[in-house]
Design a protein around this ligand. Sequence first.
Ligand SMILES: Cc1cc2nc3c(=O)[nH]c(=O)nc-3n(C[C@H](O)[C@H](O)[C@H](O)COP(=O)(O)OP(=O)(O)OC[C@H]3O[C@@H](n4cnc5c(N)ncnc54)[C@H](O)[C@@H]3O)c2cc1C
Length: 404
Amino acid sequence: MMDVIIIGAGASGLVAAITAARRGKKVLILEKNNKVGKKLLATGNGRCNITNQRPIPERFYSQNPKFIRQVLEGYTYQTIKQFFKSIGLELIEAKEGKVFPMSLQAASVVDLLQFECEQLGAKIVCEAEVKKVESHKNGFMVYYAEEKIQSYKVVIATGHESAPQLGGTADGLQFAKPFGHHIINGFPTLVQLTSPMPHLKRLSGIKVEGRVTLRAGQQTIQKEGDILFTNYGISGLAILDISRFVMEQLIHTPIVTLELDLMPKMSREQLLALMKKSLDKKSQKPLSIWLQGFINKKLILPILEPLKLEKATVGSILSNVNQLETIADRIKHFPFNVNGSNGYKGAEVATGGIDTQEVNPQTMESLKQKGLYLAGELLDVDGDRGGFNLHFAWVCGLRAGKSV
Ligand SMILES: Cc1cc2nc3c(=O)[nH]c(=O)nc-3n(C[C@H](O)[C@H](O)[C@H](O)COP(=O)(O)OP(=O)(O)OC[C@H]3O[C@@H](n4cnc5c(N)ncnc54)[C@H](O)[C@@H]3O)c2cc1C
């Protein structure tokens, strides 16, 4: 009979295990992959953006924002920093409040978490896919692989559907349902977007430092950073950042139009002034050549074609100030239609999950079933890119581990 069984050796599960084992609990962790922390190893492009210096509630999303505030309260960046110091991992701060392990290796995070678990006597069993959790006598029966085992408490820390190739599943949601939990439907987020636009093949591979705008009803959402055109649509950090809001719109409409500012460092007026200066009345230079003075060659046809200017020369548009303005407008507000995403396979995170109205934010204990705890991404909470999702997972792990 175990004191605690933790299902999932990911971010929240490992921290819950360490915290519970430090309190002298007999802990067993069941992980379906052949090693622990497989998703963690891929975080931050292998560098693990472990937390953020300003994990404010506004950077997280849920149908129940109060729960986020309550969970985060008292669990600051310093709390996480101290926890990692206690297992021997030093952290460094980077721009935008991002925090990384000093080694800049996600592998260090996993190795130190795993070592700490084992040193404390928390047993980790890999290739142990849990199939079912049942309440049993004064605890639970957990069915995994071909075996079953009893415990007083269970922490479900199985994450969510994002990145199934790294272990992402909706299993935890299925385990929680028979105990009376409700699931809030979700979608992939922090994900690349697909597009039905022409010219994708031509554009594929172009990367610009841009700004992307989404106008949704009264709301205008803007994100800045890399924009990467691909053969299926569009990616890059600015796109991942805006993807949650786009995916929300795509529930109601088949196509969403993004506005790309391909020259965000310059205002429309500055761009126009620059263009006007380089115009030469007598020039026979095709616009397609002239524009290469300002912008990536492959972007020129998609800019000019809808204006029917792909064959025009610099001289021919001089007489028409409007045409110059339209060109500048297309560079500053390039419309780009999107119709979907690369799905959970391409997503860093899944939105939705177990309804947080049914979870105690202090302890992460289910309000439906005593002794059952729910931690991490399987809850209806997701965060922005920048260390917020891991921050939430660590905090859940600490809270659950303290309470089990
Ligand atoms: C490519 C990528 C990069 C990311 N980069 C960052 C980043 O830099 N910073 C950041 O904050 N967030 C990042 N994230 C998000 C972050 O990794 C997750 O939000 C976080 O790991 C969630 O923690 P968790 O404990 O809920 O679940 P996970 O860490 O996903 O752990 C869940 C574990 O449960 C196991 N499991 C699932 N089902 C079962 C079952 N039936 N039986 C047994 N075990 C099971 C899984 O194999 C997994 O090991 C990234 C995600 C991805 C995919």
